[in-house]
Design a protein around this ligand. Structure first.
Ligand code: J2J
Length: 541
């Protein structure tokens, strides 16, 4: 067992096993079983490349052997930053098979995030593509290596330049270490609300349970074709039911490189895609595009939308425009996932974010004092269950705040529950901006801003945006009035911050509005910027 990862108390673990949530499966074993069951059926399609279940299992064995030979051991951490390419699966399953832990970085992460993941997890290796979407990851790796000379291996899918080529690692199968279902399988990233992203330890037991239930709820089987549009390292397209849930059910995963209707609509027709998952801004683009053109999308049965609140007005259009069932998904990498069910009424599908996927999910909705609110009232959602973590990796102090004494995770989401038991997301208590599904921790960006010599103080808040739902606005008290927005943005980019975290707007201000106890009132700042935007919008009309 990996140390520094809080886990379920014994009585809970026993209960989840007894109730057959946890059936003792591992990812390595799951792929082996699927290869035996589905053999030459296609598991993954990417462009013209097709990989069968048998082939994926075999390649996993070879790569696992190569990784062991390289010196990567059970419980070692490996930062994996791969986009939607077949190597993602070979690398992850190979690491699972030897019990090493992928740390799932997103393709949009840059030097700042990657160095932190490598350093904090004491990663022994970092795995990247050569180039992707116009970006050269080898440049990034060079920067990371310079900062962290202790990083032992950089492995590249594609042209490696001075690094190790992934293709050369495939070696003769050997015997692999024993991996227990209770072991941590990987570290997933939290959206974060404090300084830096927290790392989420997910076990084989708990994650595979979430895949099984998700696949059941989405009615996946061998004939299902899941189109992966969002970056598959993210928890939602990875597991809700995502690419792993699809493989669990024996279906086929089709990898898209981006979400534009130009690429995806023809893929849906060509590959006869049955289900896909989007974030709200992409769903809006699809709705407009589908109305304007005549692609054949008739194979699509389910469109999942989640990661951020999907407005009822947009939700209402899905069925008439795309001809498929909408499924709202409200989940989090820490665990709990809510789905509307495929046979729920239109009313529920359009107006709610679904209900917990497992009968063993425990939900509490509480006020500021931690007391449960009256039925139907809004409060913070707390949750505990068979696939919700009991604590972050190496974060004792933070865990004491993020979890209750009795193990409930404080989601920071403000929700209310309908009398039918469905959840409606009303807002957020955590200091985070949700840019159409991409989460930005205000404090992380503020810390970077404070490093600028001309910044006296900074507060980052959300501002309403028609397309993304929210964008970020940095309020800055400057030391020097000549400070420009461009200067700030360049400064953050030069510090190696992922682009989506760079504030969309910068406002200079003399002093911050304060709360009663003298803290910065972000609520007041949000109000000021929302009103300012409204006023400029009006003058434009
Ligand atoms: C409002 N807010 C939502 C929704 C997530 C499935 C789906 C999504 C994620 C995810 C995931 C929302 N309406 N429908 O991991 O498996 C906000 C909430 C939540 C946070 C979690 C999955 N769906 N959210 O988005 O870890 O604030 O996971 O707490 O990235 O996104 O973000 P993340």
């Amino acid at each position: 067992m990996l140390t520094k990862c809080p886990t379920w108390p014994k009585e809970f673990a026993e209960k989840y096993r007894k109730m057959e949530c946890w059936r003792g499966e591992t990812f390595g074993g799951m792929l082996r079983e699927r290869a035996q069951q589905y053999g030459s059926q296609i598991a993954i399609t990417c462009g013209e490349t097709q990989i069968s279940y048998k082939e994926l299992d075999m390649k996993t064995d070879l790569l696992a052997a190569g990784l062991l030979k390289l010196g990567i051991k059970k419980a070692d951490r490996v930062v994996v930053q791969l986009p939607n390419i077949p190597e993602f699966f070979e690398v992850c399953f190979a690491l699972f098979r030897i019990g090493a832990l992928p740390v799932f970085a997103l393709p949009s992460h840059r030097q700042n995030e990657i160095s932190y993941f490598c350093e904090f997890t004491e990663a022994v290796a970092y795995i990247i593509p050569d180039r992707y979407a116009g970006f050269d990851y080898r440049h990034l790796a060079r920067d990371v290596c310079q900062k962290l000379p202790s990083l032992r291996h950089v492995i590249v899918a594609g042209d490696p330049e001075e690094f190790q080529p992934l293709t050369r690692l495939y070696d003769d199968p050997v015997s692999y270490p024993d991996v227990s279902p209770a072991d941590v399988a990987f570290l997933q990233l939290s959206g974060g609300s404090t300084g830096l992203s927290k790392l989420i330890p997910r076990t084989h037991d708990d994650y595979i349970y979430s895949l099984r239930i998700s696949a059941e709820i989405c009615q996946l089987d061998q004939d299902s074709v899941y189109l992966a549009v969002l970056p598959i390292a993210h928890n939602y397209p990875l597991s809700s039911p995502g690419v792993l849930g699809t493989l669990y059910a024996g279906g086929r995963v089709v990898l898209a490189q981006g979400g534009s209707p130009d690429e995806t609509f023809s893929l849906i027709a060509k590959e006869q895609v049955t289900i896909t998952a989007l974030v709200p801004p992409l769903a809006l683009i699809w709705l407009d595009a589908a109305q304007a053109r005549r692609n054949d999308l008739s194979s699509l049965e389910v469109l999942q939308v989640g990661g951020a609140k999907f407005s009822a007005e947009a939700a209402r259009r899905v069925k008439p425009v795309l001809g498929c069932t909408l499924q709202q998904v409200y989940g989090m990498a820490e665990g709990l996932v809510n789905y509307t069910r495929l046979d729920d009424s239109e009313e529920i599908i359009i107006h709610t974010q679904g209900r917990p996927m497992s009968p063993f999910d425990e939900i509490r909705i509480v006020d500021e004092n931690g007391c449960e609110v009256k039925p139907g009232q809004t409060g913070e959602l707390l949750t505990r269950g068979p696939y919700t973590i009991r604590g972050y990796y190496k974060a004792e102090e933070h865990n004491a705040k993020a979890f209750t004494q009795d193990g409930f995770y404080r989601t920071g989401d403000l929700v209310r529950m309908t009398s039918s038991g469905h959840v409606i997301v009303e807002g957020r208590a955590k200091d985070q901006i949700n840019r159409g599904g991409e989460k930005v921790a205000a404090e992380e960006v503020e810390n970077h801003l404070l490093a600028h010599p001309a910044v006296h103080d900074a507060a980052v808040v959300s501002m309403p945006d028609e397309f993304l739902g929210e964008r970020s606005c940095a309020y800055i008290i400057p030391r020097d009035q000549t400070l420009t927005t461009m200067e700030i943005k360049t400064f953050l980019r030069d510090r190696g911050l992922a682009t989506y975290k760079i504030p969309d707007r910068v406002e200079l201000i003399d002093s911050f509005p304060q709360t009663g106890v003298g803290k910065v009132s972000k609520k007041a700042l949000r109000k000021v910027i929302a009103e300012k935007l409204k006023a400029t919008h009006k003058t434009k009309m």
